[in-house]
Design a protein around this ligand. Sequence first.
Ligand code: TSX
Ligand code: MN
Length: 628
Amino acid sequence: MVAGGWTINGVEPNGVPSHVMEWIQHWAEICQPTDIHIMDGSDEEDQMLKKMMVEQGVLIPLTKYQNCYLARTDPKDVARTEARTVISTKNKIDTHPVTDTYSGKLGHWISPEDLDKKIQSLFPGCMNGRTMYVIPFSMGPVGSQLSRIGIEITDSAYVSVCMRIMTRVGRQVLNVLGDSPFVKGVHSVGAPLKPGEHSALWPCNPDKVLIAHKPETSEIISFGSGYGGNSLLGKKCLALRLGSSIARKEGWLAEHMLISGVTMPNGQKKYITAAFPSCCGKTNLAMLQPKLPGYKVTVVGDDIAWLHPDENGQLRAINPENGFFGVAPGTNFQSNPYAMASIFKDTIFSNVALTPDGGVWWEGMGPKPKSCIDWRGKPWRASSSTPAAHPNSRFCTPLVNCPVLDPAWEDPHGVPVSAIFFGGRRPSGVPLIYQAISWEHGVFMGAAVKSEATAAAEFKGKQIMHDPFSMRPFFGYNFGDYLRHWLSIGKLLKNPPPIFMVNWFRRGHDGGLLWPGFGDNIRVLEWALNRSAGQLPASGRCVGWVPTHDGLDIHGLEESPDMEALLATPTRFWREEAAEIRQYFKSEIGDSLPTEMWRQLDKLDKRIEVFSDYNVEEDEYHSYEPIG
Ligand code: TSX
Ligand code: MN
């Protein structure tokens, strides 16, 4: 019995460390749940929770598949809520690089006092009529030196079953924890029930959403939203926002990156990491089906990488996650055959369409069904003008389902990193691939990443937006300090992995895409890995090292790509780009920007003029129709 009158799982709790019990009790007294359930992570528990949610109508069993379910969210709770996501530090400058021209784009700051007031106004009684689930979870293999333990309190059973997919959940985590500190996550959908009152199928409180991080005390507070990115606290909140802050203190990096193994025809295997903003196909690249004979790609992770310099000065990566939380629309047997082979068992879908045979459908999955039930639960016909699945609908699937999961996916020491990729969706000016001249130049390239706007966040329309390191919504501390930290990590590495920029999305004068992408991207990875092995010449240009005219293997492509157009570095474009980056650095980062970044920008300016004779001009900035 916990003081205050709660029994746990209906019994006396045992084996739960006392500092954990005290913390649970503290929040139970504030939130006033009906009962408390500490998750053990067992199959029986999982089935019990799913059965309960099916009876409540929260989950719909997908009879076409094995152990798959559909959840439909409230239409007001379909994505991360960036404007309501805050970091709380004593000093604003520890969160956001500038205080005078503060835009909030690189993180919203709130004072600890103001956050406390908000918590006190939101949480008392917020779990009335609900069960409080306690989820002990490990980010990274249980017991690995590189892993971190968190505990999430939530009043959502949906969150509990999704956390069990996305992280390692169970009592073994508490055994490893012992009396050590842990990351404290508190989540409530913010929809308490009065006695006898029925819950909404997707309880939430959109007007009062708050996603708060306290890096100074390792706490996460999430209120009002059940959407994954806001409520599965191990993912963006712990592994990226708090993670990046912990990593800075401890001398490693927490990044928004996929990790994949690439086995070459000679049998050699190299691991790569890659950071792309949303809508660039990170999950598709992570489990690429290569279209060059003899190549094999295996996946370690598709979203988050924790990168540690080891004692030999080698950078090593672990995936802190245990599952894929992927965007469904656009996923099909051509774009991502291995995702399609993963997601039709043990998966929780959110906001996809339900087909009459108990299956799922989404835009870009394949032929339209004649009719189905759309993500809002309304009848939908092929002639309907609204999408059947929400554009941000998701599959939540355990990594072990993936047929090309890398054998070292759970290696407690991580995998060695041979190359780091940045990328963006750039319709013009940016080559298919180029290589940084140095680690410092690579850090500059990461800082200058831009991409056509995202669907996952709340922005509308197509705009080319800055998304440095693809981390813009996920920085846990001052971006200027983050850049300094990246520069210092480079100095710890014996042979820093080469850094590349890729762009699958360049368009020609006619507006058509210049590169086939998908499985043919292996040709680009091949070039990068050969470069990193020092086996290829390259052409020095304003942006860095670009493939020579015959540098990339394009044999066997159905249509011969215009390599000249794909690799061009037009002078007029790059003058404008460099000036725009300078403006961005000045206004958004200001005095926090490391001097090395100004130096890199000056060097880029110089190279643009020195190499201007070599750079093909693009006639006009063309307009184009989006495809697909
Ligand atoms: O994921 C993508 N990748 C990486 C794949 C490993 N996408 C999808 C982005 C949205 C999530 C791509 N889209 C890629 C790509 O390389 N390239 C493109 C653009 C493109 C779209 C369609 C075709 C070619 C390129 N061709 C046809 O549809 C026939
Ligand atoms: Mn992501």
